[in-house]
Design a protein around this ligand. Structure first.
Ligand code: NAG
Ligand code: NAG
Ligand code: NAG
Ligand code: NAG
Ligand code: NAG
Ligand code: NAG
Ligand code: NAG
Length: 231
């Protein structure tokens, strides 16, 4: 009799504890899933370890960029990271004609963008980050060397899938400035008046940080309210 009376509240409380623990685990699982989705974007280093390089002595690209691209899945919100130098350019176009022609001579600034920094010297290291913001076919090439680099392998096509869709930080990217290619890139290095769209990259970084802070606050809030419920 006495034992029963003592046990009952105890087992009741244990059952409550058990269900609370399950609830906490379920909520934590949900939060972790949300965090994975929120950061589920990939940075693709173009060419892998080979980077984005053209060997002017052998007249060849550092790797087969077509093969490299064929082995990846690209989605909205991913970035292409070009590890390169001022000897190469990064042209992004949505226009297949421009891509096949290996020049920006007749390109429209609504579908073709150049992503280089304003360096006037050769052999200066550059890292160029290109966000993928448009679904479907995206084309990339280097127009340095009067199109020779592009003709000799510095070009590739990717297909961008919807994936998770654009993160808020990239929802309305200002198009990077397009600058006419130098008339004789073999003699002068590629020059761009404006940088590689620093405001865009800053925005992306801030957006990422905000998401992290918000998730932490959310996690903290949920945990403390659960603690209150339990105790
Ligand atoms: C590289 O190839 C182009 C043709 O694609 C040719 O005009 C040029 O002379 C070659 N340069 C060297 C250094 O072999
Ligand atoms: C794709 O990647 C796999 C393994 O990562 C490799 O074995 C294969 O050769 C690659 N294919 C191409 C076309 O690069
Ligand atoms: C690059 O690889 C593709 C297949 O992935 C092949 O069709 C093409 O000929 C290769 N290019 C060179 C220059 O070897
Ligand atoms: C970069 O371009 C300059 C000028 O054409 C050339 O002298 C230099 O050798 C190039 N660097 C490489 C690594 O090919
Ligand atoms: C293709 O490039 C050449 C120069 O290499 C240029 O004269 C021609 O107008 C271009 N055509 C198109 C359709 O862009
Ligand atoms: C692609 O660019 C060329 C100029 O190089 C232009 O004539 C053509 O209309 C563009 N194509 C599309 C689909 O916008
Ligand atoms: C991918 O690159 C962007 C642009 O530099 C950066 O903001 C982001 O943190 C990178 N993401 C990862 C997972 O490295």
């Amino acid at each position: 009799m006495i034992n029963d009376q003592i046990r009952r509240p105890h087992s009741h409380s244990a059952a409550l504890m058990g269900s609370n623990t399950k609830l906490i685990l379920a909520l934590l699982g949900l939060l972790i899933t949300t965090a994975t989705v929120a950061t589920g974007y990939t940075n693709h280093t173009v060419g892998g370890d080979a980077g984005w390089f053209f060997h002017s002595k052998t007249n060849t690209s550092a790797t087969n960029y077509t093969s490299w691209a064929a082995n990846q899945t690209f989605s909205l919100g991913d970035y292409l990271i070009f590890r390169t130098t001022t000897n190469q350019t990064v042209i992004q176009t949505y226009n297949e004609t421009t891509y096949r022609n290996c020049t920006t001579d007749d390109a429209s600034d609504t579908d073709t963008f150049q992503y280089n920094g304003g360096n006037t010297d050769f052999d200066q290291s550059l890292t160029i980050e290109v966000p993928l913001t448009i679904e479907g076919a995206n084309y990339y090439f280097s127009d340095a060397g009067d199109g020779v680099q592009c003709q000799r392998g510095m070009a590739f096509k990717i297909l961008v899938r919807h994936g998770n869709g654009l993160p808020p930080s990239l929802n309305q990217p200002p198009p990077p400035p397009y600058v006419e290619a130098p008339s004789d890139p073999a003699q002068s290095p590629p020059v761009t008046i404006n940088g590689e769209s620093p405001s865009l990259n800053n925005k992306a970084a801030v957006g990422g940080a905000n998401t992290g802070v918000m998730l932490c606050l959310l996690l903290f809030g949920v945990t403390s309210s659960l603690m209150t419920m339990m105790w």
